[in-house]
Design a protein around this ligand. Sequence first.
Ligand SMILES: N[C@@H](CCC(=O)N[C@@H](CS)C(=O)NCC(=O)O)C(=O)O
Length: 198
Amino acid sequence: MLTLYHRPRSRSSRFLWLLEELGEPYEIKLVTIRASDGSGALDPNNPHPHGKVPVIVHDGVTVFESAAICAYLTDAFPKNAIGPKIGDAMRGPYLSWLAYYAGVLEPAFVSKFMKVEVPRGTAGWVNVEEAMEFVDKALGQRSFIAGDKFSAADILYSSSFALFASSPIMPKTKNVDAYVKCCTARPAFAKAQARENG
Ligand SMILES: N[C@@H](CCC(=O)N[C@@H](CS)C(=O)NCC(=O)O)C(=O)O
């Protein structure tokens, strides 16, 4: 049994997309979360340690943090090859890009959103401009973020870039635009949108 704890239009939405890509049966449990405007509330039914989403429970095992959920699910459900297996040359890049998302890219975006300057040499991440220059270069060299094959890492990156498409926070580039269009044209993206509300 595989359960996604989900709040519509939040970071858990991209896991509907991943689950649709995997083609495995799953159930959605809608939960409430605390919103930045002070509304919302912790949900006692949510197993996440901080009451956040996403979190999944698979056969009694709880997994939280987006990058960890990607790695866990693509390892557990390899049928549709959405994540490279151990031994695949793309495995190292895949894990690197998953960790880079959580440890560098999200903190870079949040820093800019919060108008906090990223201290060079002290923070474990860099500013958005430097991170996006790296991402843009990578996407200029290959079709997807970790190689020439679509993976769960692309769900994290393309869904975030789609979200920031009209925001001044994100530097815009042709490579990123084309990448977002290509990833979100996948049938699983549309299927996930249809399940957004549970
Ligand atoms: N690092 C976490 C972030 C999860 C997160 O912050 N989710 C937001 C929704 S977009 C949330 O649940 N916020 C409610 C709260 O912070 O209490 C991940 O990527 O899984």
